[in-house]
Every structure is written in C-alpha cells, then in structure tokens.
Design a protein. Structure first.
Length: 251
C-alpha cells in the first residue's frame, strides 16, 4: 500500500474508534524519542508511531499491524508486557513504570512506560494505548535504577528453579517486607503471583512450538508436576495446557 494511502487508512481507522483529531496522531510521527502504540484486547498492534518502527527495525506500519509483542520481543519481556496489558484491560492505569524495553538488536534499555485503557464509543475497554521513552541517564530523571530489576532478571533466567521472596529481596538489597511492598506497588501483584503467571505464560511457547510432553514442559518451567502445571495453567489461561496445545495445532 502506498504511504499516502496507508496514512489515510490508518487515520480513518483511528477516527472510527474515536481518536480525534487525526492530526494529533500524525504529529506523533515527528517525535523521535517517544514510542507510542495502540493494541487490541488480544495484544495485536493496531497502530504505532515511526519511532516505534525504528526501535524494532520494522520497515512499515503494515508489517506490525496484527502482530503482538511475542513476534518482536524476547519471550520474557513479551510476557511481562502482556501481564501489564491485562491489568490495563481490567481498567487500571500504569504510570511512569521503569522497565526494560527491547530493541531490534536483541538488547534492551531502561525506559519510562505508561499505559491506559482504550475505549470504544460505548465506553467498553477494547485495548490499550501506551508510550515509552528511553532513560539515558536515570540520575538526571531524579530516579535510580529500579531496585526490582535484579529480581526481574533473576526470575526470567531461573524459571525452572525454586524462587523465594527472601532470595529476590536479597538480590535487590532490600528487606523482605520492603521488597514485597515495592513489588506489589510496581507490578500490582505479589512476587509469588508474578512468578506463577510468568511461568505459565512462558510455557505457552513450548506447548505450541515443541512436541515435549506436558510433564516435561511442567518440569522445564518450574512446576512441581504435571498436575500442578495444569492447575496453574487453567487458573490463568482458563483452559488446560492440553486444550491450549490442540487449539494451536495444525487442523
């Protein structure tokens, strides 16, 4: 689709879902240090600005529309973003979160991210709209490196191991109470619940793209056994691992 036609199509779409005026959307393409996106309830991108395309080395908007974070980010980061998306879909607003955001070269940098619900004309939440910008020097922002970053990295790298709040608190240089309080405030859930959710979400890739047994997947992602895996998977995904695998298998 020619660039002019693509722009008209996107502006028509954004106007249809209530984004006014379209000139504001066009202006966001001229902001070089701010990544902006709009996603639907399933996490598919419906619009991103030019800075977003450059960050992920994507040629045109047509190449990102309909894709998800799992198509462009490392699995651990994509799953973390999805956990936040679900909070926003429930009506929560996330403001100025210090977090790692991936880049096209498989690196990541610290950014300030905010997300809010996206509503249709009837007031129903149909997705989220978000912005993020890199923090080149955290001290200049009046911030310090997130005290929780060591815990998040450790969880992502050790999902198959037993992980305790005490261990994570020590990595962050915080008392157990301070760690649990800060984590709840930042992520809207306890560290234990975050680990449980991330393990389930990380297992989805193995269910779809490997032929590993359910017992093997359970072990790989730190569940006590297949029964425990099934229970946790059903709690978060509202279906069993087996039905999830079948739903994505070839007809």
């Amino acid at each position: 689709m020619p660039a002019a036609a693509e722009k008209r199509h996107l502006l028509d779409h954004l106007t249809h879902i209530g984004v006014q005026p379209p000139e504001v959307i066009e202006l966001l393409d001229y902001v070089d240090d701010l990544l902006l996106w709009m996603k639907d309830a399933e996490g598919h991108y419906h619009w991103v600005n030019t800075a977003f395309l450059i960050n992920f080395n994507i040629g045109t908007r047509a190449e990102i529309i309909g894709r998800t974070d799992f198509d462009i980010c490392e699995p651990v980061l994509a799953n973390q973003y999805r956990i936040d998306d679900e909070r926003v879909l429930a009506g929560e607003r996330i403001r100025s979160r210090v977090e790692l955001v991936g880049r096209f070269n498989h690196t990541a940098r610290w950014c300030l991210t905010s997300k809010i619900p996206l509503h249709d004309h009837d007031g129903n939440i149909v997705g989220n709209v978000g912005i993020t910008r890199a923090i080149e020097n955290l001290s200049q922002e009046g911030l310090v490196d997130s005290p929780l970053s060591a815990a998040i990295r450790h969880v992502g790298q050790n999902l198959s191991d037993s992980i305790t709040n005490g261990e994570l608190a020590k990595l962050c240089g915080l008392s157990l109470r301070a760690f649990e309080r800060q984590f709840q405030s930042a992520y809207g859930m306890s560290p234990h619940e975050y680990v449980r959710n991330l393990r389930v979400r990380m297992s989805c890739h193995a269910l779809v793209f490997t032929t590993s047994s359910l017992a093997a997947v359970a072990t790989e992602f730190g569940f006590a056994d297949q029964s425990h895996f099934t229970k946790e998977f059903r709690r978060l995904m509202k279906e069993t691992p087996r039905s999830y695998r079948l739903r994505y298998s070839d007809p």
